[in-house]
Structure formats: structure tokens, C-alpha cells
Design a protein around this ligand. Structure first.
Ligand SMILES: [Zn+2]
Length: 373
């Protein structure tokens, strides 16, 4: 660990064009004020995702830090109790295989390939230190729950079944091009699931119970029954899973506020329309957070990095791509993110835009990397 004291960062501020919310929004947290008023809410829960498929990059850190700072601002500026609930996506694909007979794609999730103990380890390794530090700095409490645990609850299953009841409308909202929204069930023996659910069939559905068959590339056909209880693991595609999770969150006493990166804007439009497919359904309050961009304008992405297509400017410090390469302490990492996101939140026009890694380097000062010695 470097022992020298870091040089004081050069003061730098974002220079942002006037935003379309000019005159309407003074602080980005104010976006949820109409929801608070409509629900007479005194308690909000902000929901954000935790990716466990590899080390987090700066974009992930910005989103999570923004979630803490927005919760803090909701408490201090809007006068409500605020907490943060992270969802760990242990359903993300960990392994893939092609069926040699049919050519269909199979995946096995982190939960099925690595097991719950390893998931906890990954969450701890990548996030716990940062979250604990940000929680201490903001006074905002947080919890982490895995998708696996969430999908097991009767309430999740009820919301999944409710989505089947609206399927004819919902499927074209969630997949406007084809109306095909795959539902997949991992094989109970090995955990592999057919990614695009080509052979998943709904055999019976009576509103409170659904019976499916699915196919495993090693073990053939298997049945999955989804009722309020039961063991079947429900595998849903991204948008379908999110609308189910958001409806689940709406059942809680705390008013849910969904936090996502601004790259989700188009997806959130589909989600909002999906909520309107349910009787009495209404879209939740949302925050969209600034996206961190590579030199080409594409967002930082694990998959582009793996393919060597991330097109980063040469001055991008390695820790911006891989948080585990931060050379200082976790506390210093948390402080750096806190400083960066506080700048972004200092005016709505700074929050309603993206930042290249080069601009983040400029905003953070001399090295952009905190203590380097
Ligand atoms: Zn199997």
C-alpha cells in the first residue's frame, strides 16, 4: 500500500450544456418528489443492481455511489427515511454450451455453477468494502439480496404468474419486434438452461399455478411447476425479470425508487409501458445515473473489454476498468467515487449526461487515480 500522502487534486468542474429540465429541476433527487406526494410516502427504498460476473468497472461504481448519494439527498432534502437495496444478479450466465444436436444455446448461472457460498464471496470481494464505506459516509443503510433468494419467495412467484395473466399484451411490450419473451427453467439435475427457451412450453396455467416443460441438453425433458411455493427456479430475460422485480418492490411499505444507468433509458421506456399492461399498474419512480464512456462514446462494458473492443483513451488508469486494480485503500476508493459523483450531482445538467474516462481523469485531478505515491 502506498504510504505517501496524495497530492491535493486540482479543482475541476464539469462543463455541461443546459439540460432540458432547466428551470424544472433544481436537484436531481427532486425527480421523485411527485411520487412521494402521490403516495404520502415517508420512507423510500432505492433499488440498484450488483453485477457479479467479473470485477466491477468505474461505471458500476458511479451508479452505486449515486444510489447512496441520492438516498442521502432524499433523506436530507425531501425529509424521508431512505435505504438502499442491492440485488445481486447471481442468475447471470457463468458458463455457456451449444447443444451438439440442435445447435441451441445453453447457459449455467453463477448460482448453479458456483453455488451460494461463492456468490457471497464475490459480493464481499467486489462490493462489501465500498458499500460499508459509502454507508458510513452517507448514513444510508443497505442490504444485498440475491436473485436466487428473491425468485424463491411466494410474492415473486405471484408477480411472475400475474405477468403470465397479461401475457398477450405484455410480451409485445417487452419484445416489440417479435413478441417472443423466453422463459427458461434450469434442469433440476444439472442447472443448465436453454437461454432462448426454444423448447419451453406452458402446459397449464390457472392464474395461481403454471406448469411448464423445458429441455436439458444432457437430461432431456423436465417439468417445472410454479405456484406460490415450490422449487422450480424461474429464469427470466432482463426486461421481464425487471418488471416482475419492480412490481414486487411496489408491495413493500417503503416507496420503491429504481436506480439504473442512463443506458437503460430505452429499456425503462419498455418497462414503464409494461407496468401499464397490468390492471391498475403504474411505473415506479426512477433515477437514471450518468454513464461512463470509452473514447468512442460506447459505455464501459465488460463484454467489450473482454473482446478488446473497449477503445479506451491511453490515459485511462487501469482501476477504471477493473476496480480490483485500485492501488489505495477501499476507503480512498470510496472517497474518490464520492467526490466524483458529488460533482455530477452538483447540478442537474451535470447528472443528465455521460462522462468519458478521460473527462473523469480531468475531474479527479492530477492522476485521476487517488493515491499513487
Ligand atoms: Zn440436466
Amino acid at each position: 500500500m502506498p504510504s505517501s500522502v496524495p497530492a491535493a487534486p486540482q479543482p475541476a468542474e464539469p462543463v455541461s450544456p443546459v439540460s432540458v429540465t432547466e428551470g424544472a429541476v433544481e436537484h436531481s433527487v427532486d425527480f421523485i418528489r411527485p411520487h412521494l406526494r402521490a403516495h404520502a410516502a415517508t420512507h423510500v427504498a432505492l433499488y440498484a443492481g450488483v453485477q457479479i460476473n467479473g470485477a466491477p468497472h468505474l461505471g458500476t461504481g458511479v451508479l452505486q455511489t449515486a444510489a447512496f448519494l441520492l438516498a442521502e439527498a432524499a433523506r436530507d432534502r425531501l425529509g424521508v427515511d431512505a435505504e438502499l437495496r442491492f440485488g445481486a444478479l447471481d442468475n447471470a450466465p457463468c458458463q455457456t454450451r451449444l447443444c451438439p444436436r440442435t445447435g441451441t444455446l445453453y447457459t449455467r448461472s453463477y448460482h448453479h455453477a458456483a453455488g451460494p457460498d461463492r456468490i457471497l464471496e464475490l459480493v464481499k470481494r467486489f462490493y462489501s468494502g465500498l458499500f460499508d464505506a459509502l454507508s458510513a459516509m452517507t448514513g444510508v443503510p443497505y442490504t444485498v439480496e440475491t436473485y436466487t433468494r428473491q425468485q424463491r419467495t411466494p410474492a415473486f412467484r405471484e408477480e411472475f404468474l400475474a405477468s403470465l395473466a397479461q401475457w398477450d399484451r405484455l410480451r409485445f411490450t417487452l419484445a416489440p419486434s417479435s413478441g417472443h419473451v423466453p422463459i427458461s427453467f434450469p434442469c433440476p439435475r444439472c442447472g443448465w438452461l436453454q437461454k432462448h427457451g426454444e423448447n419451453t412450453e406452458l402446459l397449464a396455467f390457472d392464474g395461481s399455478r403454471a406448469r411448464f416443460t423445458a429441455v436439458c441438453l444432457d437430461h432431456g425433458r423436465h417439468e417445472a411447476e410454479v405456484g406460490p411455493r415450490g422449487d422450480a427456479y424461474v429464469g427470466l430475460t432482463t426486461l421481464h425479470r425487471n418488471v416482475v422485480k419492480e412490481r414486487l418492490a411496489a408491495r413493500e411499505a417503503a416507496l420503491p425508487v429504481i436506480v439504473k444507468g442512463a443506458d437503460w433509458a430505452a429499456g425503462c421506456r419498455l418497462l414503464d409501458e409494461a407496468h401499464l399492461c397490468f390492471p391498475g399498474g403504474r411505473p415506479p419512480a426512477r433515477f437514471l445515473t450518468p454513464v461512463v464512456l470509452s473514447a468512442s462514446g460506447a459505455k464501459l462494458s465488460k463484454s467489450l473489454m473482454r473482446q478488446g473492443k473497449a477503445e479506451l483513451s491511453p490515459d485511462t488508469p487501469p482501476w477504471m476498468l477493473d476496480a480490483t486494480r485500485w492501488e489505495g485503500t477501499t476507503q480512498e476508493y470510496a472517497s474518490t467515487l464520492h467526490r466524483l459523483v458529488s460533482l455530477m450531482l452538483s447540478a442537474p445538467e451535470h447528472f443528465e449526461r455521460g462522462y468519458t474516462t478521460a473527462e473523469v481523469v480531468r475531474l479527479l485531478g492530477r492522476t485521476g487515480s487517488g493515491p499513487r505515491g
